[in-house]
Design a protein around this ligand. Sequence first.
Ligand SMILES: [Zn+2]
Length: 312
Amino acid sequence: MFRFRHIPYIHFMKKATGFFAILMIFFLFAIASLNAQDSSTKKRIIMIGAHPDDCDLKGGGTAILLAQMGYAVKFVSVTNGDAGHQTMKGAALAKRRLAEAQEAGKRFGVSYDVLNNHDGQLLPTLEVRLQVIKKIREWNADVVIAPRPNDYHPDHRYTGVLVQDASYMVAVPNVAPETPALKKNPVFLYFQDGFQRPNPFRPDVAIDITSVFGKKIHALDAHESQVYEWLPWIGHFLEQVPQNKKERESWLAQTRSVKISTDVRTVLEKWYGKERADLVQQAEAFEICEYGSRPGDDELRKIFPMVTNIRN
Ligand SMILES: [Zn+2]
């Protein structure tokens, strides 16, 4: 009688199949554990600004560097920007600015959400606070970056207040219960600003963005209605904007180059060491908010692994 199981070749195949199955399971476990490691080391960052270009200007270079390392980065604009232009307004302007924000998001390598609240009319209401809580929770954010509540623009100021008001509530399950509360309170940081009263910005960490400054400018260039039209108009330098598209971007780089303050230079030295810090031409700095979880230097280094100083 012919019986398959007595043929040596079939025996070999059975053994080999078993061996490969075990090998496959081993690989699947290895990949799963690598992914788990990834998700614990690669942070989820959400930057929240008042207008569709605020996060870009204050944190765009840092966002590019984080996104390049595989971090998940989202920008949120709390208003739709429908007041920021000298000739356009309302729904048409909001639509244009949403398209600009989405293009900028692509260039930065981040996702970009624009909330449909009117520009120039933002108030720190419960309704908008719940919108902000929802965005932070949905992103499962480890880090939230927003303006300080000191600013010339009421929308910037109230965005600062709204994020502060959300900072504890994101972990409270009974608030906005339709979106699950965060298991741990994120780190909250402030964007840099130059306002002195009631207290000046105090940088805790500064990021060298020199290598990606050109990329940042290219992403800002997507906000045409702002960087080439509205901001030059309200700032009385509209006649300086070049007409030629290529010249525009190098003009933008010149006008958006920020001089590094003594305070920020000192913080750069702390994180990068003096030698490297002296070479930094463009930087973005952040201050730790007293609310949310308070990171030490080790945690800050995990959030911003591009800071390389081995002395600390
Ligand atoms: Zn703004």
